[in-house]
Design a protein around this ligand. Structure first.
Ligand SMILES: Cc1ncc(COP(=O)(O)O)c(C=O)c1O
Length: 418
């Protein structure tokens, strides 16, 4: 496939692609075209190397060992907290809690902050475009406490309708939890505006940053969010690691999440006292290798020109949108003005799964279905979409192949009129 080294934005995609070994793989003998980045991103060689480097050279449990390997592993692990702090501009590294990812972060806040502060008759406000992981933990909490889950509606474009936001945040609202960037529509929400509205009524805001972390530059102090969560595997890092950011005074007031080693200060059969934040929320041996490699993913992102990468992704989005929407029978779901680099679409009379399976035979990895956002599908009255989600290592030439194959898929899969 022809690949220009420098595209219109001046972003050197050829150089970047060489750093991601998987991008030279073949699928069924065809060049792999990876458009499933919203589900999980690919990893640069430095991240892959960091994992084997840890296991080959300094694998040991951290924080409790006095020996060389344990100290080396502890230092590498602890350093990642500083990297994350700088990456999202938190005030303190101690406001960063290492977890498995976004899902665990929502569950942590729902089970600790939520259990302590939400009572019968209270309200939790989320939005109409949440991932299931930012719905179900709150729903479970509401059921347990007799509280009510309320939803910010969205319009036909896939944008949140904030006209009634002030009425939706009431004196009973205990937390607002919203997605920064939708994984099924691509919409980038005006979270800062939502946070300002909530703070006027002293309501804290949790931001699901799973998609935003790599497709926007995040500054938690500027957003003034109270919690922010992300997963490393969506930002070039490994699976099994991720972060919850929380404002220190909130984290300090929250009860612990899981009990076990590391999160304690002292234990006796009569009474246990707890460690300070963030260790209070990090029970047990953490995912050492994957946290260290997450730090390397951050280092990698710091080495590239993020502004150019984001501008390039916007160019891919525009290019794909223009090409795809010109195909008869194709409808794009989610046309927000402010959008991250993904296109969700449906094909008239063609099942999304069938189309996805057809594209797979051509080496194109897209995702089909509800993308863990069933209420979004219900809103648009569709069972699912075909989603092509781009990263700055994708190319316009790959989009050309997608467009051609979608046209062929329509010819191949559309029921024939007799
Ligand atoms: C917007 C959004 N929130 C939350 C999640 C859950 O992330 P994880 O499965 O890494 O915990 C995802 C994953 O697709 C997502 O896209």
């Amino acid at each position: 496939m022809a690949e220009k080294s420098v595209l219109d934005t001046g972003f050197n995609v050829s150089k970047i692609r060489k750093e991601f070994p998987i991008l030279s793989e073949k699928a069924y003998g065809k060049p792999l075209i990876y458009f499933d980045n919203a589900a999980s991103s690919q990893k640069p060689q430095v991240v892959i190397d960091a994992l084997s480097d840890y296991y080959q050279h300094y694998n040991a449990n951290i924080h409790r060992g006095v020996h060389f390997l344990s100290k080396k592993a502890s230092d590498a692990f602890d350093e990642v907290r500083n990297k994350v702090q700088k990456f999202i501009n938190a005030e303190s590294a101690n406001e960063i809690i290492f977890l498995r990812g976004t899902t665990e972060a929502v569950n942590l806040v729902a089970s600790t902050y939520g259990r302590k502060n939400v009572h019968a008759g209270d309200e939790i406000l989320i939005s109409a475009m949440e991932h299931h992981s930012n719905i179900v933990p709150w729903q479970l909490l509401c059921e347990e406490k007799g509280a009510k889950l309320k939803v910010i509606p969205m319009n036909e474009q896939g944008e949140l309708n904030l006209a009634q936001l002030d009425e939706l945040i009431t004196s009973r609202t205990k937390i607002v939890s919203v997605v920064h960037t939708s994984n099924s529509l691509g919409t980038i929400n005006p979270v800062k505006k939502i946070i300002e509205a909530a703070h006027k009524k002293n309501v804290p805001v949790f931001v699901d940053g799973a998609q935003a972390i790599v497709h926007s530059k995040i500054d938690v102090q500027n957003l003034d969010c109270d919690f922010f969560a992300f997963s490393s595997h969506k930002m070039l890092g490994p699976t099994g690691s991720g972060c919850l950011y929380g404002k220190m005074e909130l984290l300090e007031a929250m009860p612990p999440y899981m009990g076990g080693g590391e999160m304690i200060h002292s234990v006796s059969f009569e009474k246990t006292t707890f460690n300070e934040v963030p260790y209070k929320f990090e029970a047990g041996t953490p995912n050492i290798a994957d946290v260290i490699a997450m730090g390397v993913a951050i280092d990698y992102l710091d080495t590239i020109d993020r502004d150019a990468a984001l501008a390039y992704e916007q160019e891919l989005l525009k290019y794909a949108t223009d090409q795809l929407k010109s195909i008869p029978g194709l409808k794009i779901i989610g046309n927000a003005i402010n959008k991250a680099s993904l296109v969700s679409f449906v094909l008239e009379e063609i099942n999304a799964l069938d189309a996805g399976m057809y594209l797979d035979t051509k080496g194109i990895a897209v995702r089909t279905g509800h993308h863990c956002t069933e209420p979004v599908m219900d809103r648009f009255n569709i069972p699912g979409t075909i989603r092509a989600s781009f990263m700055f290592y994708n190319t316009k030439e790959e989009i050309d192949v997608l467009v051609e194959e979608v046209k062929k898929a329509i010819g191949f899969l559309k029921p024939q009129k007799v």
